[in-house]
Design a protein around this ligand. Structure first.
Ligand code: PMP
Ligand code: GLU
Length: 396
């Protein structure tokens, strides 16, 4: 029988929807997938070449647990150059995707239900589950569409208790695309001066998918750097979701703890993939910019199309590749003998009726919303919204 810990754990809704759409596609149904968040582009050629060379050069042995030194050096250069953050390689650990880097950090920070982790919400589906898995208690702080889906320093402070161990920040955000400005981060950082024992886990995986300006990290404030774990990776910026390389940079004791955990759980990340990540960070960056521009065009398109849907309330996303409209105007409406009562119900209806896959807002902590990923072509986005409009009109 599975352990209690597993019983409490939710299944990843993003991957569940991906799986469902794959099954329907396999049955020959023409599903348009706006569900899972992964770039539809191929990994750039110079990165693929690095993988081939790594195979030919026999990078086939166990890798060091925190990652090869040359990759940690490349990441150190990236952090210095792009983020103006100084982390020596000893304060960086390479993991199997940003997901494992986050899990390690949470496991390193909490291990008992009396320890609370604050999670501004809407949040990525995995954050509360990671805290539960580590044995801690997730504490949700809600930010609605009217506040651009961003929590304020005052809201965070109101949620702090003597049991608060950490805060998970995500900017640009999954699922909302919201980006915290430097001033907003500074307000949070200034408030946190009063609480020196609270750590911040800053998920910056969508750093390069920013349509409004420069990326800002809370670690830039000197009093925050010593208690912030910066999470990032190659999945989104370089179209490398399957290569599974992410990293954490932070205080020495937390990074060492992450390394200890990783050494017992999974060992070092794939040796071949580490060579590709090195090529990504040290190689030309023009593909990253091309993809960013393509995503920016898609964002403009999806905002235009979704804003035309009666009842959808749209907050223009500043980054990432998700649109997160409020769809509650459809709650109480029926199809057949089923009633739509949540974003999840609407997502299921759209899958069945419009053959468009999305993810309902329930597992992001806001059932009044629905998430559409626009990491797909403009044609697919246009066709999807024609289908969505037609399906929604049928609801009574
Ligand atoms: N953080 C956020 C907010 C994400 O959306 C994702 C998407 N998978 C990840 C972390 C993990 O990325 P990966 O494990 O592919 O590096
Ligand atoms: N982060 C992506 C998403 O939210 C990929 C799936 C996952 O890791 O949850 O769709």
């Amino acid at each position: 029988m599975p352990a209690e810990r597993v019983k409490k754990l939710a299944t990843s809704a993003t991957f569940a929807m991906l799986q469902k759409s794959i099954e329907l596609k396999d049955k020959g149904i023409d599903i348009i997938s706006l569900s899972v968040g992964e770039p539809d582009f191929n990994t750039p050629d110079h990165i693929k070449k690095a993988a081939i060379e790594a195979v030919e050069n026999n990078y086939s042995k166990y890798s060091p647990i925190p990652g090869y030194m040359w990759l940690r050096e490349a990441i150190s250069v990236k952090l210095e150059k792009e983020n103006n953050l100084h982390y020596p390689p000893t304060q960086i650990i390479v993991s199997n995707g940003a997901k494992q880097a986050l899990c390690n950090a949470i496991m390193a920070l909490v291990d008992n239900p009396a320890e609370e982790v604050l999670i501004p919400t809407p949040c990525w589906v995995s954050y509360p589950q990671m805290v539960i898995l580590a044995g801690g208690t997730p504490v949700i702080i809600k930010a609605g569409l009217s506040q651009g889906f961003k929590v304020t320093a005052e809201q965070i402070e109101a949620a702090i208790t003597p049991r608060t161990k950490a805060i998970m920040l995500c900017s640009p955000s999954n699922p909302t695309g919201a980006i915290y400005s430097k001033a907003e981060l500074e307000a949070i950082a200034t408030m946190l001066k009063k609480y020196p024992d609270i750590a911040v886990v800053s998920d910056e995986i969508y750093e390069h998918l920013n349509y409004v300006g420069a990326h800002e990290s809370i670690a830039q404030f000197p009093w925050m750097k010593e208690r912030t774990v910066v999470i990032n990776g190659v999945s989104k910026a370089y179209a490398m979701t399957g290569w599974r390389i992410g990293f954490a940079a932070g205080p020495k004791d937390i990074i060492s703890a992450c390394s200890k955990i990783q050494g017992q759980y999974t060992s070092g990340a794939s040796s071949i993939s580490q060579k590709t990540a090195e090529a990504a960070y040290l190689g030309p960056q023009d593909e990253v910019e091309k993809m960013r521009q393509a995503f920016a065009k898609r964002r403009d398109l999806i905002v235009k199309l979704a804003s035309r849907i009666p009842g959808f309330k749209v907050c223009v996303p500043d980054g990432a590749f998700y649109l997160y409209p409020d769809c509650s105007a459809y709650f109480g409406k029926c199809y057949g003998d089923k009633v739509i009562n949540s974003g999840d119900d609407l997502a299921m209806y759209l899958l069945e009726e419009a053959h468009v896959a999305s993810v309902g807002g329930d597992s992001f902590g806001s059932p009044e919303c629905i998430r559409f990923s626009y990491a797909t072509s403009e044609d697919q986005i246009t066709k999807a919204f024609e289908r969505i409009a037609a399906a929604l009109e049928k609801l009574k």
